[in-house]
Design a protein around this ligand. Structure first.
Ligand SMILES: [Zn+2]
Length: 374
């Protein structure tokens, strides 16, 4: 991710700080400076830094729980609005998702309990609840403020709305009764309900809430989209979804010939196939136009397609193919028969069409996929 600085690497996970977070610290310094001069400014920065250390530990709670199920986390990024652990995938079983989701807030419970216990043991006695709630109060000691902030983090994260952990907990609970897609749909609806509520509250109280509301609303919609794709792809194999009627280019074709095909067909991606029938690349419409402009009509098509295109067997699961499509960033995935010859193509657009058809079908219609797999 651009605009992020990698500051550490902890057992295979990069810890990154987004540039806006550093600006946020500068802003905190300035805001506290205006209130109480230099000492207050540094106090403010130290408090926010410690708070984000707690956020980072929270994210590592998710990371360590996910690792138990064999899921790696390439990176964690700290933003001014919190941390994001970029898990490789969501656990399949609802019970596992529940554990991964709850592990983050549990870290903050432990930190808050530890700090309160420390205060109690070191002779301050029990901390009254109103002290803990007054996170903004400069009269509070740093430890009391941190304990209060950790309790706030737990409560905030347990709001049952995506992208908060509570949204995932809710989905995991729903997924024990409904399909994963339906559970996500329901959890997303609850999340969007909360977003609307935040938005209305924000109008009357704190405009910051409106920003959070928009963020939550969009995150809930995105989550619902991902889950739908996963539900559609489950149990299907590549040959169910691939395009089988398409025109190909040969390795000797020029961009000019490709342009003719673009006009004659409705295709936007053209596979380039060598003499043995193997896929050598995919020429997209955009790459074609760019090559025409920059290199001229006689440019060989292979020179206009820099990216490697992955190939999957026709019997591979659709999930594996979607993963290959997303991870490679290629415009399409080639589908090959056992001898390696290209027999089909899978593009983001035709996956989208499949989702529309799937969504429009009657609920009880199981389709050929379910039948074949029993
Ligand atoms: Zn979390």
């Amino acid at each position: 991710m651009p605009w992020s600085i990698t500051v550490a690497r902890v057992s295979g996970t990069d810890v990154r700080i987004h540039v806006t977070f550093l600006l946020f610290l500068v802003w905190i310094w300035a805001a506290y400076y205006r209130q109480g001069g230099t000492p207050a400014a540094w106090d403010g920065v130290i408090f926010v830094s410690l708070l984000f250390l707690c956020v980072l530990l929270h994210e590592f709670g998710h990371v360590i729980a996910a690792r138990r199920y064999g899921i790696k986390t390439p990176d964690i990024t700290l933003w001014p609005f919190g941390g994001i652990a970029n898990l490789e995938r969501i656990p399949e079983k609802p019970s596992q998702e529940l554990v991964v989701a709850i592990a983050g807030p549990l870290v903050n419970v432990a930190i808050a309990a530890g700090l309160i216990l420390y205060l109690w043991l070191s002779g301050f006695g029990a901390v009254p609840a109103n002290r803990l709630a007054a996170i903004e109060d400069p009269a509070n000691s740093m430890i009391v403020k941190l304990a209060g902030a950790n309790i706030f983090l737990v409560l905030f994260n347990l709001i049952p709305a995506f992208p908060m952990d509570g949204g995932r907990v809710l989905r995991a609970l729903l997924a024990t009764r409904f399909s994963f897609g339906r559970a996500t749909e329901l959890a997303a609806m609850v999340g969007q309900g909360f977003a609307v509520l935040f938005g209305i509250l924000g109008i009357f109280t704190n405009p910051m809430l409106i920003v959070i509301a928009v963020f939550v609303f969009l995150a809930a919609s995105a989550e619902a989209g991902h889950a739908q794709l996963r539900d559609v792809s489950r149990g299907a194999i590549v040959s169910d979804a691939m395009i089988t009627h398409f025109r190909s280019l040969s390795t000797q074709s020029t961009v000019n010939e490709a342009a003719d095909l673009l006009i004659q067909t409705t295709q936007k991606e053209f596979p380039i196939v060598d003499g043995a029938g193997k896929l050598r690349g995919v020429l997209t419409r955009d790459a074609m136009i760019r090559a025409l402009k920059e290199k001229g009509p006689e440019c060989p098509v292979l020179e206009a397609t820099p990216a490697q295109v992955p190939t999957v067997p026709a019997r591979a699961t659709l999930e594996a193919a979607i993963k290959a499509l997303q991870e490679s960033g290629a415009p399409a995935v080639g589908v090959a028969d056992p001898s390696g010859r290209l027999v089909g193509l899978l593009t983001a657009e035709n996956l989208g069409e499949m989702m529309m058809i799937r969504a429009a079908r009657p609920k009880d219609y199981q389709g050929p996929w379910r039948r074949r797999l029993g």
